[in-house]
Structures are given as structure tokens and as C-alpha cells.
Design a protein around this ligand. Sequence first.
Ligand SMILES: Cc1cc2nc3c(=O)[nH]c(=O)nc-3n(C[C@H](O)[C@H](O)[C@H](O)COP(=O)(O)OP(=O)(O)OC[C@H]3O[C@@H](n4cnc5c(N)ncnc54)[C@H](O)[C@@H]3O)c2cc1C
Length: 325
Amino acid sequence: MSESTTRPGPDAVVVGAGVSGLTTAVCLAEAGLRVRVDTCLPVSKTSSVAAGAMWDPYLVEPLDRVLSWSAASLAEFRLLAGDPQTTGVRIRAGTHESRLPCVEPAWTALVDAEPCAIEDLRTGYVTGWWYRAPVIDMPDYLDYLLRRLALAGGWLQRRAYVSLAEALTEAPVVVNCSGAGARDLVPDHEVAPSRGRLVVVENPGITTFFCDDTPNAEELVYIFPHTDTVVLGGTSDFGVGELTEDPLSARAILQRCMAVEPLLRGAKVIGERMGLRPLRSQVRLGEERPGSGQRLLHNYGHGGAGVTLSWGCAREIERLVLGWG
Ligand SMILES: Cc1cc2nc3c(=O)[nH]c(=O)nc-3n(C[C@H](O)[C@H](O)[C@H](O)COP(=O)(O)OP(=O)(O)OC[C@H]3O[C@@H](n4cnc5c(N)ncnc54)[C@H](O)[C@@H]3O)c2cc1C
């Protein structure tokens, strides 16, 4: 999509073309607004495209709002999973397991999780939950959101903003969905990046997902099967904002995942993905009034759960913009 010179100006500009920005833009455009998404990076270079991704409220606060946003997203993803070829969203069965005894997370109630029988746990794990949840192939899914936005009349342009004041000269409503970029753009020094890395391999026949949920574990281990590929995770480097290659780290991810899933031994590595989780003490979702009748809304700081919260947060922005909130 590119901006046409004859197109009338947008009613709303969304800053950011990751999963938060595109989902917000789809909601606003389908509600009847002329929406333009401005982004300094192409969609294929956002952190969102790097995500695994599973519906999993990980590394994000505050708990009560996170649960309600996650529930709203879960309902949308279940609908989208009705047409997986088009959307890249599939419902898969799998487990969250822990090497230490731990309390069942609150979100398991949303997916009717059941405790694993001891004999079903993987070697070295002492507790776990079995459930079905959305697994999202992010490159395909973001393409789907772009197509859906275009169908609703929305469009995208490459644009780097130095400040939100600049964006407010472009439309009466601006929604800031700049992820880790909010640290400089707002500026909001509460936002800190956490670099995440994962490895993509050819799928040797895995159909169920796995997440290591051991409290305070030093390393992440997760396995998300898509169709021909499996995404293996991962890392979480707090405070690190550089996206540098690290073959040793990638090999370590592979080895950790092979240790829990022997089917992965010998699986062909296709590539690596990296992105920045936008950490914040709490998601920032709300409106500020910068004056002169303009409206500035924020939707950022989703930590390790931007995909999981995307529809819930975008629908809340839609309600605020339309005056239903
Ligand atoms: C390895 C990894 C695995 C993950 N796995 C999962 C998972 O399984 N489930 C899950 O829910 N979440 C997962 N996450 C977290 C999730 O990816 C993030 O929470 C989510 O991508 C944040 O989306 P966003 O749209 O807010 O930000 P981003 O995707 O970072 O997008 C930000 C957008 O803002 C634009 N922007 C920033 N600054 C400016 C500026 N100044 N001017 C113009 N544009 C600007 C950028 O160009 C970009 O388009 C994972 C993250 C990583 C790194």
C-alpha cells in the first residue's frame, strides 16, 4: 500500500506498524475512520514479526487488565483460527510445565487448562497444565492484518517521527503504538527493551506446543509448531536494545529445546528471528488531551505479550476514540 496524492487526509494516524498498531488501525478503519499507519520500519522489520507467537500473557502488567485484554484477544483469535490458511492463526494443544512446584497462573482459567498427569510430564518437570490456545504465524498474520486494513480503506506510509507533536499535525486523532520506540518518541523512560531471540527449524512432525514455566528460570525454553516450521525459544536480554547476531546463543536455544523434545534432533535450521519486547511497569493504554481539540492516545508497553493483548487493547482504543469508553 502507498499513499495516494489524491487521497483525503486521515481521520486518525496510528504511529507504528507492529501488531499493536496494525490491530488498532484495523479496528478504527472497520469502525469507519480513514486511518493511516505511519511507521519508521517496514512491517517485516518490526519486533512483532519476530514473535513466536503464542497467546500467553507473559512479562506484562497490570494483571487485572491483562486478563481482560487477553480474554478479548482469545475470542478474536479463536474466530481467526477458523481460516488458518488466510490468517496464520491456529489452535493447538500443548503444555506449560515447570521444573519446580508452582501455583497455577490465573490465565489458565481462560483456556480451561487441566493439570497434567505426572506420567505425561516431560523428563525433569514436576508440574504442568494442558490446554488449547492460539499459535500465530506472525509473518503470515501481519500480512493478513495489512490486507484487512487495506480492505477497510486504511493505508500505510514510511515515516519516522521525532516527537508525537509532529504526528499531531497530521490528523485530529493520533494513536501511539510505537512499542520500544516509545522510550524516545514520547519520551517515556519507563519503557525498556528486552531483546528476544528465537530459532526457526523445519517441522519434523511436531503438532503440540511446549512452554517451560519454571519460576525464575534463567533460560527460556519453548516450542511452537506452525505448519512446515517450528519456532524455538528463546532468550530475554533485559535492557539490551541492539539486534546483533549470536550463533552461540542460537545453538544454545536449539540444544535446550532438543533436550525436552527429541524429535528436534537433526531438524534443519531455517533461520533466526530477533526483536525487542517493550517492557514497562504497566501497559500504557489511555488518552491525553494535548490541547486545541486534538486527541492523543497511547497503546504501548506490552512486554512479552503484545500479540496476546493486541485485540483487547485495540478494541479499548476503538471504544475511547468513538466515545464509548
Ligand atoms: C523473540 C520474541 C518472542 C515473542 N513471543 C511472543 C509471544 O509468543 N506472544 C506474545 O503475545 N508476544 C510475544 N512477544 C512480544 C511481542 O512481540 C511484543 O509485545 C509486540 O511485538 C509489541 O508490539 P508493538 O506493535 O507494540 O511493537 P513493535 O512490533 O515493536 O512495533 C513498533 C512500531 O512502531 C514504529 N515506531 C517506533 N518508533 C517510531 C517513530 N519514532 N516513528 C515512527 N514509527 C515508529 C516501528 O517502526 C514499528 O512499526 C515476543 C517478542 C519477542 C522479541
